[in-house]
Structure formats: structure tokens, C-alpha cells
Design a protein around this ligand. Structure first.
Ligand code: FRU
Length: 474
């Protein structure tokens, strides 16, 4: 029985994956590229995997897009992006890493590759690198990687992450032809000392503002603000996109599709599995695609794409249910591929409530999701998620700002070892858990403490597999 491998989230047929790269909507199809090790289930010899989809749900896995070229001193093809160049040429940008003076700390280069056969094969540009560290002159930018390119009026712009004087930063460059680039500015640098490196910065317009998302080796963060004509950025709002970092959400990337939707995917790393070896032959998956928008106050909002509804199977629902004083309702629906949607009326914002996820009848294994409006937070308590002592157990916390009288939405996606939680779609938390027991397949809702909570509606679905079945056990 498959206990851990997701059935409706994206991952390669086998082996290691990390960041989503080069997301592209082209000729009516979604293309997904990603950091991939074809040789094993640990990080190493990084290639670019490739898959495509017509519906954002079912993916056809295609030949590896980029492999390192040892004859050119290349050992890894690190993260990057894809654009459609003039004359309709699909073009990838990525960070080329070697060893010695081509090492990742001080010798990274930005390379380009193009395809002329409908993205089945890729040719590395003869004139690579298109950017090398010389572009910075006297500025010493280290750990320089993860190009993100877009068309801005008549010119092409690129942001790349790195560190400068021990602070994470995003540098911005410009080009007329995608091949010759010049440094324009330091777009933004870390304001917090902990952010010593920014990986995978992405910068894009959304609802009249610009959004800068970056991964600072910890919880993924963002700024929204104004992009000025002189290539400076005036941030107006700062936030955490997801507090989980290595525990479940890292290196997100965004693309615009044919309907103009901005879609985001993030890597859901496997580190929370620790030394536990119950899942072998694969590591890492992506969140479901999420549609981005801005709230009136400039905060980022993320909602699973509507397409996901097509996977809904068995259905169970309850409406106008009030629970009080520790009362619990266990759903009849069981399984590890589940969607739950709750509409809550906060008759008393001092009341707490929660969900028991993937639990056994006696709660020996149980992942606890607890909403505490009075403390303006929700937590995921993984201390009993797995009987294995080897998996990570630390508690994760998200923010909520719910007052008495508010209506709130909690949307939960469970897929074997993956959990995504959306609180009003403004505060999101994505993480991993590895329950050992086949019986850890129950879902319950409860009122915590002495208060009561009213659910306008509670809806639960099993979700269908997107197939194909795993190539490896686990
Ligand atoms: C982020 C990251 C990127 C890098 C890639 C290597 O997870 O470290 O900065 O390009 O992974 O696989």
C-alpha cells in the first residue's frame, strides 16, 4: 500500500526533484521544468526534468531538457526560467555550475539554451555564458544564481539572486537581444540579518503592483510595491508567503497562462522525513498550482486552481453545525488523498477549533491543525504525526487575523505525506508528515477548550489520482 507518495501532486516518475523551473504556457499547453537528479533520490548531478499538461492536472513526462555538459566544465544545471524569444523560439536561462573556479560560491555563470523542435531537445547557446561575474565590475556578488527573465516594454529584464556583503540580494540586468546583458541595479537586498542569501528571486506585475518573491534559506517571503522607471523598486508591503521553509514550501516560481492567470508552484521538500526510510526511490513534489492575486491592502493571496475540482470523488458534507466544549465529529470519509473545505462563522473569536488529520482511531498517530483566533495564529502540531522517531516533529505556525462575527474559510489538501492549508487564502502553510499506520486515514473536526464554533458548511472529498502509478514502491 502506498502511504507516502502523493497521488494528485506533481512529481517525476522516480528520483529526486527540487525547484520548479522555467514554467511556460506555450501553444495551449503548460510546460513544467524542474531541478532533477535522474540518478537517485538524493540531491546530485542536477538536470532539468520536463513535463507538459493540457489541464494543469495530468502531466506527460518528457525527455530530460538539460543535462550538465562536463566537456564545458559543467556539473550542474541549477535553477532558472523560460521565455519565448522573438521568432517564437522557446528559450531557457539557467545557472551553470562547475567545480574549482566554476564553483557555486564564486564561479556561477548564467547560460542560455534554445529549442527548435517543439521543446523535445535543447541546444546550449554557443556564446555561453550570457552573463558571468564580470558583469558586476567591482561588486562582489557571491552564490549568484537562479535567473528569472521577462519582457518589459521593448527590453528584456532579468533578476538573479545571491549575496552581497553577507546580505541576500536580487540584482537586475537588461538586454535588447537576450544575449548581451548589462547590470542595471541592485533591485533589493535583505533587511533582516538572518537573510544571508536570497535564492530564486522572481519579480512580476500583479493587480497593478510588482511582486518580489524570494527564498532566503528559510520561510519564503515577498514584497509588493512599485517598480520605477529607473529600475529601482519601492516596497510597500512585506509578508511571509508560507512559514514552512524546508519543512514543506521552498523556491516557488510563477507563470502567466493563456487566461492571464498568474500561477504559482513551490517545491515541497522531503527533509521532514529525516532518517526515516519508509519512502524510497523518490523525493520531493510540488504544491498544487495556485492562482495569485493581491488583496486590497497589497497582501498576496493564493488559491488552489479551479481545475482541481475535477479530481473530486466521494463527497460528504454537513451544514450549520455547532460544536462546543471539546466535541468532535469524525468524517465517514477516510483516506490519504483528501480535500476539506470549511466555512466558519466566528460567533466568538475567543473560541479555538481544529482538525485532526490522518489519525488513527485512538489518536496514537494524529496531525493536529489548531486555529486560535484569540492568539491570531494557527498551528500544525506534528508531535504525533508519525510513530517513527526519525521524522521531523517541530510545530509550524501561521498568522490569522479573525474577529468575532467574521466568516472564515479553511481549505485543506491532504495527499499522503503532503499537507497544504489555506486560511482565507491569505495565510498558507504547506508541510509534510509520515504516519506509519495504514489506519492513519481518519479526519475529524473539533471545538477546543470551553468555547463553541459554528461551521456554516463542512465539505470533504476524496481526490482521484492523476496517475501514472508510481514506478517505485513507497
Ligand atoms: C534552491 C536552490 C537554488 C539552486 C538549486 C540547485 O532550492 O538551492 O538556489 O539553483 O536549488 O538545485
Amino acid at each position: 500500500m502506498n502511504l507516502y507518495r502523493p497521488i494528485y501532486h506533481f512529481l517525476p516518475p522516480s528520483n529526486w526533484m527540487n525547484d520548479p523551473n522555467g514554467l511556460l504556457y506555450y501553444q495551449g499547453e503548460y510546460h513544467m521544468f524542474y531541478q532533477y537528479n535522474p540518478n537517485g533520490d538524493e540531491w546530485g548531478t542536477i538536470h532539468w526534468g520536463h513535463a507538459k499538461s493540457k489541464d494543469l492536472l495530468h502531466w506527460e513526462h518528457l525527455p530530460v531538457a538539460l543535462a550538465p555538459s562536463p566537456e564545458l566544465g559543467e556539473e550542474h544545471c541549477f535553477s532558472g526560467c523560460a521565455v519565448i524569444a522573438p521568432d517564437d523560439v522557446p528559450t531557457l536561462f539557467y545557472t551553470s555550475i562547475g567545480s574549482g573556479d566554476r564553483g557555486y560560491e564564486d564561479g556561477a555563470e548564467q547560460w542560455m539554451a534554445t529549442s527548435t523542435d517543439g521543446m523535445m531537445s535543447w541546444n546550449k547557446h554557443q556564446g555561453n555564458p550570457v552573463l558571468s561575474k564580470e558583469v558586476h565590475g567591482e561588486l562582489n556578488i557571491r552564490d549568484w544564481r537562479d535567473p528569472y527573465v521577462w519582457k518589459h516594454g521593448e527590453q528584456w529584464l532579468m533578476v538573479v539572486g545571491g549575496k552581497h556583503n553577507g546580505k541576500g540580494c536580487a540584482m537586475i540586468y537588461g538586454s535588447d537581444d537576450l544575449k548581451a546583458w548589462k547590470l542595471l541595479n541592485k533591485l533589493m537586498e535583505a533587511e533582516r540579518a538572518e537573510e544571508y542569501l536570497w535564492e530564486c528571486p522572481i519579480f512580476f506585475p500583479l493587480d497593478g503592483k510588482y511582486v518580489l518573491i524570494y527564498s532566503p534559506k528559510d520561510a519564503v517571503r515577498y514584497y509588493t510595491g512599485t517598480f520605477n522607471d529607473d529600475f529601482t523598486f519601492t516596497p510597500e508591503r512585506h509578508g511571509i508567503l508560507d512559514p514552512s521553509g524546508w519543512e514543506g514550501f521552498y523556491a516557488p516560481n510563477v507563470m502567466e497562462d493563456g487566461e492571464g492567470r498568474k500561477l504559482l508552484w513551490a517545491w515541497m521538500p522531503e527533509f521532514a522525513r529525516g532518517e526515516f526510510d519508509g519512502a524510497k526511490g523518490w523525493a520531493g513534489a510540488l504544491t498544487v498550482p495556485r492562482t495569485l492575486s493581491l488583496t486590497e491592502t497589497g497582501a498576496l493571496r493564493m488559491e488552489p486552481v479551479q481545475e482541481l475540482k475535477q479530481l473530486r470523488g466521494e463527497y460528504e458534507s454537513t451544514s450549520d453545525l455547532t460544536l462546543s466544549g471539546g466535541q468532535t465529529l469524525t468524517f465517514k470519509t477516510r483516506g490519504r488523498g483528501i480535500e476539506l473545505l470549511a466555512e466558519i462563522v466566528l460567533t466568538d473569536a475567543n473560541s479555538s477549533f481544529g482538525f485532526k488529520l490522518l489519525h488513527t482511531e485512538d489518536d496514537e498517530e494524529c496531525t493536529l491543525l489548531l486555529f486560535e483566533p484569540a492568539r491570531q495564529r494557527f498551528i500544525v502540531d506534528r508531535s504525533r504525526s508519525s510513530l517513527s522517531p526519525l521524522t521531523h516533529r517541530m510545530e509550524l505556525q501561521g498568522e490569522i487575523n479573525w474577529q468575532t462575527g467574521d466568516k472564515a474559510i479553511v481549505h485543506i489538501l491532504l495527499d499522503h505525506s503532503l499537507l497544504e492549508v489555506f486560511a482565507d487564502y491569505e495565510s498558507c502553510l504547506s508541510t509534510r508528515m509520515y504516519p506509519l499506520s495504514e489506519d492513519s486515514n481518519r479526519i475529524s473536526v473539533f471545538a477546543a477548550g470551553s468555547g463553541s464554533v459554528t461551521f456554516r458548511s463542512l465539505q470533504v472529498w476524496t481526490l482521484d489520482s492523476i496517475g501514472p502509478e508510481p514506478h517505485q514502491p513507497g
